[in-house]
Design a protein around this ligand. Structure first.
Ligand code: ADP
Ligand code: MG
Length: 462
């Protein structure tokens, strides 16, 4: 027995947190964290991994420590221990300090826990390995909610976003979770392209009925990259009927797509309508903090030594998506390994020189870009921020948004706010429009470069 026992404070902190954050968020972070012990001015908690520890610290530590001061009148530090792996279900459920019903739920799940991996799923694509940032928190939490209660609240669900942003990872995380925790549920993951090929093959072999039966008897159907269904009329037709059959039986369906379904051409209206029926969530490019956290996490996972400045260098410069981020990291590690050198900033810079053109300037503000663009198009900054939707204003507005996203670290949410409180999706679409337009309009790119140069010059002056 030790003489310090802060467990009552901890219980109260948990209670308050439960009221403050969403249920999904709470389940994600707090259900996996347990009170272990107290020491002098210290509460010791256990968490499943370093990943959890870093995320929890980043998200909640200040808040938690603040609460502890309020409750106890003293400064009580919170420290984390990593839970030992491979506890039996019983041991694990004993550790919990959460409410009884919660423990029971966890216990039930653990008792049925399945050890082997799903044949169609990558075992590393799990929620634990999926880092949550502002770019993906809605989609990730929806995924977690679905995995815990397949077929209940968010059915169907469509996850959309550009290449390398985590669609497949998230989709398979749902599959892996359900497969492990609900052994009686049949989980099928299939890329749309394979679905198409299998269907065509089944017809040519005169076995279309078998195909139908296979897909209409699943509990959780996960179809990746449904944009590939465009132009495939017959397969669309088949999927439409599969959809209806599963939907009527409250079977969970989750789809991914590289753009909002509304932008898919060559898709039958009735199938489009089905995809749009449930919850549609988007994945956006990660901001600096998230990029940094993802890299940090990978480095820990791979157990390599990489100086802090190199991680920052990659996070600053590789801004497109997570796949590129991983590729950059792998390239540097491989190089250092092959030539048997320690990873330095110089090596990293040299290896990433195609990606790193010039370091991003920090003195460029949204306001500066707005002023330069407005000036160029001979309108006012208030026009850019205002409600007018005439072409003379929307075009410069889109260009300004695009430039800001290109050369600064502001998130789409932040940019939206500075444009009269617009939604982040508006900013995303604006950038997408400009990108599309650049493909056909050859004058646009030089114009944008010219504006970027002007912005950078003014940025340097200030
Ligand atoms: P998409 O299907 O959208 O093209 P993927 O799911 O294949 O993208 O993701 C690309 C890579 O990035 C994968 O290796 C995946 O594990 C990783 N990744 C994506 N999002 C995250 C995330 N939030 N946390 C950690 N890794 C991620
Ligand atoms: Mg994918």
């Amino acid at each position: 027995m030790n003489s310090w026992d802060y467990s009552i404070y901890w219980k109260e902190v948990i209670k308050q947190m439960r009221d403050e954050i969403s249920e999904q968020e709470f389940n994600m972070w707090f259900n996996n964290m347990n009170y272990k012990d107290s020491a002098e001015s210290e509460i010791i908690l256990t968490v499943p991994s370093n990943f959890y520890k870093d995320q929890i610290k980043q998200r909640y530590l200040t808040n938690i420590e603040g609460k502890l001061i309020e409750l106890s009148g003293d400064r009580i530090a919170v420290t984390f221990e990593i839970q030992k792996r491979q506890l039996t279900g019983e041991e694990q459920s004993k550790q919990g300090s959460g409410p009884a019903e919660n423990k029971k739920a966890i216990n039930n799940i653990i008792n049925q826990h399945r050890e082997e991996n799903h044949p169609q799923l990558n075992k590393d694509y799990t929620f634990e390995n999926f880092l949550i940032g502002e770019n993906n928190s809605f989609a990730a939490n929806a995924g977690i909610a679905i995995a815990k209660n397949p077929g209940k609240n968010y059915n169907p669900c469509l996850i959309y976003g550009g290449v390398g942003l985590g669609k497949t990872h998230l989709l398979q995380s749902i599959g892996n979770y359900v497969y492990k925790h609900y052994p009686d549920k049949k989980v099928v993951y299939i890329p749309a392209e394979t679905f198409i090929n299998e269907f065509i093959h089944s017809i040519s072999k005169g076995k279309a009925h078998l195909f139908k039966n296979t897909y209409r008897s699943v509990d959780v159907l996960l179809i990746d990259d449904i944009h590939d269904l465009q132009n495939k009329k017959q397969t669309q037709e088949e999927l439409f009927h599969t959809f209806n059959a599963l939907y009527d039986n409250a079977k969970q369906m989750v789809f991914t797509c590289d753009r909002p379904v509304s932008e898919l051409k060559q898709l039958s209206d009735r199938l489009r309508n089905r995809f749009e029926r449930g919850l549609n969530v988007d994945l956006q490019p990660p901001n600096y903090e998230t990029r940094y956290a993802i890299l940090k996490n990978k480095v820990i996972y791979k157990n390599v030594h990489i100086p802090e400045e190199v991680i920052e260098l990659i996070a600053r410069n590789v801004t497109t998506n997570i796949r590129d981020l991983e590729a950059a990291l792998t390239k540097i590690i491989a190089y250092a390994d092959l030539v048997n050198k320690n990873i330095s900033v110089e090596i990293a810079q040299q290896q990433l020189k195609d990606i790193i053109q010039s370091p991003k300037q920090t003195n460029i503000t949204i306001d500066l870009v707005q002023r330069i663009v407005a000036d160029y198009f001979n309108c006012t900054v208030s026009d850019l921020k205002g409600k007018k939707r005439t072409k003379v204003i929307t075009f410069p507005r889109q260009i300004a948004m695009y430039i800001i996203r290109e050369i600064t670290e502001y998130s789409t949410t932040e940019v939206g706010l500075e444009f009269g409180g617009r939604d982040h999706t508006t900013v995303m679409h604006a950038c997408q429009r400009i990108e599309n337009r650049m493909k056909t309009d050859t004058t646009l790119e030089p114009l944008i470069h010219q504006l970027i140069r002007a912005v950078k010059e003014h940025g340097n002056d200030s």
